[in-house]
Write a protein that binds this ligand. Structure first.
Ligand code: HEM
Length: 617
């Protein structure tokens, strides 16, 4: 897999004394403190601690290889933009650092490429420097999100962006010179609060100011730090746009229609934020960006994406596929670095079967309660634990199905995500088939043997299987009453509450049909029954036009099969219960099998079943 980090920074080991060179104070300079350590100073003011990865290609490459990164696209740091200075000084400064970037790349064994910087306060000079840099080997340019009072919809900046599109330069927008700094003197708030707002302002200015309408679609532009607060507040922006003419700006379309005009990086440091970003922007629009090697950067570059629950296809896109498009590297035959292996280098503690799978830890938590230990209690524990492991995998896959269907809804012309959803659902049905079968192992336990240790289990009960309930909630079967069984475990309770609030697989499936125009938006006055009928008829219309909707029919079939298998699971569980304890009460206080029989009518996707009745009308 190709792994490309499009947002990281460098500083040269040294550079000329800029204050002396231009005869003005407060330019950035580097103060080497200890071996491999330095402070960036701005005039007399301490700005940031940095270390040798900033200037030493050996250190940088070692850490890249450790993290499995094939290519870094380095850029200088906004503190060097100098947009507020005379343009000739900013141009000279840009040249110094642009040439220094290329020198560093030349020592990068093909694993380093760069973005330049330009004196954006002077559009002509900026265009000329960009062209010079592209000829010299830069892939594009890093710009600030504003030039003084001018936002990115400023006509001069739009002209520059036009030039970038014409020249095929990738543009990375970095927040800088944050507003309201006098109110944020402490706690890094300009970085944690100001920067996200600046970035959002940059995107919103481009949308509402009509910049995207004027610029060609060929412009490749990316906003750092996940686009700041933009994705999270898009709903608010859209709402204002829809209901208040004054909030319209001069753009031709609602804000959410411009999401395919720009990229964002993945520097959000939280899996839920990343999932949300991908759900909002689409998996084609988010790219690995680490802010390496600065203090607020990702410590192990790529680890957030790699460890996330995104689909394999989405991870491939985020880790490198999208960056190749953004950087225009697709046809570049000489980008051989992209074919090098990207697995993180093994460290000195070599991985073994046992350490990778955590076998010792896995074999530890089988702790029978019976004393002396009853022989069959180990089986009872292991069978339950195995179910829980498979429930974990089911949640993992179904979460990915939700993401894929959401992405399919966002782009109804794309078939990849629908295919991927069906593929993962097939895995879910195969797992559930195994789960149905697995009860037979437990049935080798005599009822008398179970009764020998059953008394030790109370009040523990299957009612308290958090993951089983999560699966129900995730699929759309939400019963708030079941939360009561999780009061003893607040974390599980909180997780289930979250699942209760989140759109379910069933919701997301019908949202996608709505986005495709197969399901009409329901009127405000429609009854629940009318809404249900409309959803069932939407499914019916998919089946009636098999030629156009093969992929969606496949999803429907997989969902139906999954539903069917879960009912089989419920039935087999009841048979096991009756075989073991007859019609006695359960340890969780229910009436036992007679209660469980009531659950047999539960369906995750009732509309899919209703559609079958309608088909035979
Ligand atoms: C000897 C074996 C078993 C017996 C006697 C048994 C008994 C019961 C009973 C009586 C209930 C109803 C709730 C209560 O009052 O406690 C129940 C619920 C449940 N059991 Fe089992 N069970 C057995 C094995 C399993 C296994 C292997 C699993 C696998 C995960 C499992 C998962 C569940 C779940 C998830 C529920 C909640 C079902 C729902 O609310 O729809 N049980 N069990």
């Amino acid at each position: 897999m190709e792994v490309i980090d499009i947002h990281n920074h460098f500083f040269p080991r040294t550079w000329p004394d800029l204050a002396a060179r231009y005869g003005t104070p407060d330019w950035p300079w580097i103060k080497h403190t200890d071996p491999g350590q330095a402070d960036i100073m701005v005039g007399d003011r301490f700005f940031r601690k940095i270390y040798s990865a900033c200037w030493d290609p050996e250190v940088r490459l070692r850490e890249m290889n450790r993290d499995g990164v094939n290519l870094q696209v380095i850029s200088a740091t906004p503190v060097l933009f100098a947009y507020e200075r005379p343009a000739e000084h900013a141009l000279d400064c840009a040249r110094l650092f642009n040439d220094a970037a290329l020198e560093l790349c030349a020592q990068g064994k093909g694993q380093l490429m760069s973005l330049c910087q330009v004196p954006l306060q002077d559009v002509d000079a900026a265009c000329k420097e960009l062209t010079r840099c592209l000829r010299a080997g830069h892939l594009g340019v890093q710009i600030g999100n504003h030039v003084g009072e001018k936002n990115l919809d400023d006509p001069g900046i739009v002209t520059f962006l036009h030039h970038c599109a014409n020249e095929g330069a990738a543009v990375l927008v970095h927040p800088w010179d944050m507003f309201g700094q006098h109110r944020m003197p402490n706690y890094m708030m300009p970085w944690t609060v100001g920067m996200p707002a600046e970035t959002q302002l940059g995107i919103v200015a481009m949308i509402l100011g009509g910049a995207f309408d004027k610029l060609p679609r060929t412009l490749r532009i990316c906003f750092a730090h996940g686009g700041g607060s933009f994705a999270f507040l898009l709903g608010r922006l859209e709402n204002a746009w829809q209901h208040h003419p004054v909030a319209h700006g001069v753009c031709e379309l609602p804000p959410s229609r411009y999401l395919d005009r720009f990229y964002v990086d993945s520097a959000v440091f939280d899996e839920r934020a990343l999932q949300f970003l991908v759900a909002t922007m689409g998996a084609h629009r988010v790219m690995l960006g680490s802010d390496y090697p600065f203090p607020l950067g990702e410590e192990r570059v790529g680890s957030l994406i790699r460890s996330s629950h995104l689909t394999a296809m989405a991870k491939t896109r985020l880790l490198g596929g999208n960056a190749k498009e953004f950087l225009g590297l697709h046809d570049q035959k000489d980008a051989q670095i992209l074919t090098q292996p990207s697995a993180p280098a093994a460290n000195t503690d070599q991985l073994t079967y046992s350490s990778y799978l955590k076998v010792p830890e896995l074999l530890e938590p089988q702790q029978p309660q019976s004393s002396p230990q009853h022989h069959d209690e180990l089986l009872f524990i292991i069978v339950h634990q195995t179910y829980e492991l498979w429930f974990k995998e089911l949640l993992h896959d179904l979460d990915a199905v939700v993401l894929n269907l959401r992405a399919a809804g966002a782009d109804p012309t794309s078939h990849d995500e629908v295919y991927e959803a069906a593929r993962l659902l097939r895995r879910c049905t195969e797992i559930t088939r195994v789960l149905v079968e697995q009860f037979t192992i437990l049935e080798t336990m005599l009822p008398t043997h179970f009764l020998a240790f059953r008394g030790k289990l109370e009040p523990a009960s299957g009612f308290q299987s958090e993951q089983f309930r999560e699966l129900e909630f995730l699929c759309g079967l939400k019963d708030e009453k079941m939360l009561q069984y999780h009061r003893p475990t607040p974390e599980a309770h909180a997780q289930l509450e979250r699942r209760l609030r989140e759109p379910s697989l069933r919701d997301v499936f019908f949202d996608a049909l709505r986005a495709m125009g197969v399901l009409a938006p329901s009127g405000g006055n429609a009854t629940e029954r009318e809404r249900f009928d409309a959803r069932a008829r939407a499914v019916l219309s998919l089946y009636r036009d098999e030629h156009s909707h093969r992929d969606w029919i496949d999803v429907c079939e997989r969902l139906t099969e999954f539903d069917e298998l879960v009912v089989s699971w419920r039935l087999r569980h009841i048979q096991l219960v009756e075989r073991t304890i007859g019609v006695r009460m359960g340890t969780g206080g229910s009436a036992g099998s007679s209660y469980l029989k009531l659950t047999l009518d539960k369906k995750f996707f009732p509309e899919l079943w209703e559609a079958r009745t309608l088909l035979t009308e």
